[in-house]
Each structure stands twice: as structure tokens, then as C-alpha cells.
Design a protein around this ligand. Structure first.
Ligand code: VJV
Ligand code: CA
Ligand code: ZN
Length: 406
């Protein structure tokens, strides 16, 4: 199996529960838990599980989630399903959390910004509670492994849901597993650095720690006018002037790097390496949480950057070089085949392995021309050719994976 070896001198753990794959946000909703199936198949197909301790995640408990989230919100999330939604909405303590209606809203919003309308960002879907509590459980278990020193790098590609607020779902995120993890890390670590390379601003995490000087949040994201209608790119926050809550001890402990569309590898690497290294030097954290949202890749269905898998992975390698306990989380990523390639590549980097360009034959049949949407200069850089799975047509990787049952 491609000479996959365990890393020398440090330990990596991988936290996952395949049951998250069964969930569907809705037919054409951009968030596809299926990308996690693809990722798992690549990780196993390359034999990377031999390089790590793999753990099957257990669902988080309600009390664990209450460490950050509002108690009523946690109750709602644990009870909600498409069949129970309407009844739950009528209960006063839940109804009280229904946001006011705006005249140009296309979807009807229920309590906590949840909705059963098909076009909603945060729909109520079958098996939703199971999904939420599992990805959170995986992040919390990964955090535990770092805290006990049993892992030096812990990975949960199903986590990283940075938009969720204390009592509100937002942008496909319901439970903020990142905030919960950092709260646990703060029991032991004096200072925790949070870095976010998802194309969207990590607003939920920033907001949770905006008064907290022991947590520094650093987000790189698309920012600015979105289209000719003047809509801002979601969530519309994360200006360079946004530095933590002014007048509190948290001021200067949030950093934002707003970026226009089409940024390429060279530009991104310059920004990322100079700002990240200076931040680590100045803040001197004792551990790092890195949200690796893969929607910053070129060709993403929602993203507007033009960076390659190689560069995305270089961010992980750069952070890893500081040799601090590291939690690697997923996040966004809407062109499933690219998400899987990136996170598999980054699993290899975490374990000090180099993958061959050719994908194990039982996973991907034949390379085809890249067919994604591209922002910026539209050039495909040679590094994008890394891993042939860069080049399969829509649905091809998926079709192959379906035939392989691990
Ligand atoms: O831009 C928005 C908010 C609106 C209101 C709600 N409508 C549905 C869309 C416009 C202003 N939301 C963003 C949310 C992005 C979340 C990113 C999450 C992460 O990657 O940072 C971390 C996991 C948005 N962009 C695109 C869509 N929503 C979108 C939502 C849909 C959809 C198509 C696009 C929801 C359902 C369906 N199609 C069927
Ligand atoms: Ca970001
Ligand atoms: Zn995103």
C-alpha cells in the first residue's frame, strides 16, 4: 500500500463516524456530507489509516454542547426532525427565538434560524440531530487526545463548522464544534490560536472569543462586494478593521485578512506565511486549531479563490512546522471531488507521507479534463495536477467509490 509509514516522533489521530455520510441537507443544497465519504475512501485507499490511530466518533452529549450553546437551542436541536419541527415551533421557549421576517426573505425562518423551506441555508433534515452530535463528538474526542498528549495532531474532517452562534444556526453550521473544542483546550493551554482558511469569514468563532485575550482568531476569507447587485460575500463580516471587541481585553486578539476573488497560489502563500508566522511569534500560543475549509480551492461551487490543492496543503505544512499540538478540522468545500483530494492530501502531510500522483486504481478510473468553475486568471497551475483525481469528471470518482465498500 504505497509504503505508507507512521510519522516518526509524533502521533496523529483520525476521528470520524461514517454515519454522518447518510445525511442530506436537501436535493440541491450545496453542503454534501457525501464529500466525507469520498475523503474516507481516498484516505483508506491510499492506506493512510496505517499511519494514524483511527477512532470511531461517539455522539457528543447535550451537556457538552451547553458549554457554549444556549440550553433551549440544544434541546431544540436534539428533538428536531422534519416531522416534529412544526409542533416544536409552537412551544413558547422555542418560538421566542424565531427571527423577525424581512420582506425580501425567500425562505420562511423558524426558531434559531432553522427552516424546512427547501432553499434555506440551515434546513431541518432527516437524521439531523445524529449528524450534528456526531461531528461535534468527533471534534471533542480529538481535542481530548491532544489534551492528554496521546496525539500531537488530531484530525476531524467532518468538523470545523465556524458560523454557528450561541443560540442560532448560520451558514450550514448548527453546532460550533470549534468553539467547544477551544473551551476545552483553555482548561490546559494558556493561549490558543485559531486559524481559518475556509473562503468564508470564521465569524462564529471570532464572536465567541471577541472578549478573550487567551484566544486569538485569524481568518483568511473572501470579502467585499459579491456581484453587481452589491450583495456582500457571506457572512459579510471580517473587515481588516475588525480586531476583536474594542474597549475589552479581547481587543487586538482577532485578526482578519479580507481577500478579493481570484487570489492565486503565490499571493495566498505570501499572505498566509507572513501573517501567520508573525501572529504565532507575537501571540506565542501553546496549541493551534486549524480550520481547513476546502471552499478556498479553485473551482469550488461557492468559493471564489483560485488556489490549488498543493497551496492549500502548504498552509497545513506551514502550521505543522511550529510543532505545537494541532487540531485539523474540515469546514466548507462544495466541489466534492476537490474537497476529498485536498483533505486526503492533508492527511498525508499530517502523517509525513507523500502520495503518488496516481490514485489507487480501485478508486478512480481514468483522469479527465478539469471541469470546475474558475475565478481569477483561469490558469490551472501545474501543482493542480497533483493527484490524478484532480482530473476526473463530475460523478466519476463518486461512481467508483460506490463500488468499493470498505
Ligand atoms: O449567502 C447566504 C445567505 C443568503 C440567504 C439564504 N439564501 C439561501 C442564500 C443567500 C444570504 N448564505 C451563504 C452561506 C454560506 C455558508 C458557508 C459555510 C462554510 O463553508 O463557511 C462552513 C461550512 C450561501 N452561499 C450559497 C448558499 N448559501 C446557497 C444555499 C442554498 C442553495 C444554494 C446556495 C441552500 C439550499 C439550496 N441551494 C437548495
Ligand atoms: Ca476563513
Ligand atoms: Zn466556507
Amino acid at each position: 500500500e504505497n509504503n505508507i509509514t507512521r510519522p516518526r516522533g509524533y502521533k496523529v489521530s483520525f476521528h470520524y463516524n461514517s454515519r454522518v455520510e447518510d445525511m442530506h441537507f436537501g436535493k440541491t443544497h450545496p453542503m454534501k456530507p457525501w464529500r466525507l465519504t469520498l475523503t474516507k475512501h481516498l484516505v483508506l485507499g491510499f492506506g493512510l489509516h496505517h499511519a494514524m490511530d483511527t477512532y470511531q466518533a461517539v455522539a457528543a452529549g447535550k451537556d457538552q454542547i451547553r458549554a457554549f450553546h444556549d440550553s433551549d437551542y440544544v434541546d431544540f436541536l436534539s428533538e428536531v426532525a422534519p416531522e416534529t419541527f412544526e409542533e416544536l415551533c409552537k412551544i413558547p421557549r422555542f418560538y421566542a427565538h424565531t427571527p423577525p421576517r424581512h420582506e425580501n426573505d425567500t425562505v420562511e425562518l423558524g426558531p434559531f434560524n432553522l427552516s424546512t423551506s427547501p432553499g434555506a441555508d440551515c434546513p431541518v433534515f432527516d437524521g439531523m440531530s445524529t449528524y450534528l452530535f456526531l461531528y461535534t463528538g468527533a471534534t471533542l474526542h480529538a481535542t481530548q487526545k491532544l489534551l492528554t498528549g496521546q496525539s500531537d495532531i488530531a484530525i476531524n474532517w467532518s468538523g470545523g463548522l465556524h458560523h454557528a452562534h450561541k443560540s442560532e444556526a448560520s451558514g450550514f453550521c448548527y453546532i460550533n464544534d470549534i468553539v467547544l473544542s477551544i473551551l476545552d483546550l483553555l482548561r490546559v493551554h494558556a493561549r490558543v490560536l485559531y486559524i481559518d482558511i475556509d473562503v468564508h469569514h470564521g465569524d462564529g468563532v471570532e464572536e465567541a472569543f471577541q472578549r478573550q485575550p487567551r484566544v486569538m482568531t485569524l481568518s483568511y476569507h473572501r470579502y467585499g462586494p459579491y456581484d453587481e447587485t452589491g450583495h456582500k460575500f457571506f457572512p459579510g463580516t471580517g473587515d481588516i478593521s475588525d480586531i476583536g471587541l474594542r474597549g475589552t481585553v479581547g481587543e487586538h486578539f482577532a485578526l482578519n485578512v479580507p481577500i478579493p476573488s481570484g487570489i492565486d497560489d503565490r499571493q495566498y502563500s505570501y499572505l498566509f506565511e507572513s501573517i501567520t508566522s508573525r501572529t504565532i511569534e507575537a501571540f506565542n500560543p501553546s496549541c493551534i486549531v486549524l480550520q481547513c475549509g476546502a471552499d478556498s480551492l479553485g473551482g469550488d461551487r461557492l468559493g471564489q479563490f483560485n488556489i490549488n490543492i498543493k497551496q492549500h496543503g502548504d498552509c497545513v505544512s506551514f502550521v505543522k512546522k511550529f510543532r505545537l499540538p494541532l487540531l485539523l478540522l474540515g469546514g466548507g468545500g462544495y466541489t466534492a471531488r476537490n474537497v476529498a483530494r485536498a483533505w486526503c492530501h492533508e492527511t498525508a502531510l499530517a502523517t509525513n507521507n507523500t502520495l503518488p500522483d496516481a490514485i489507487p486504481m480501485h478508486i478512480v478510473p481514468r483522469p479527465e479534463a478539469f471541469s470546475g468553475r474558475v475565478h481569477g486568471d483561469g490558469k490551472l497551475y501545474p501543482s493542480f495536477q497533483r493527484l490524478h483525481l484532480n482530473d476526473c469528471k463530475d460523478g466519476e470518482l463518486e461512481a467508483m467509490v460506490k463500488q468499493v465498500d470498505w
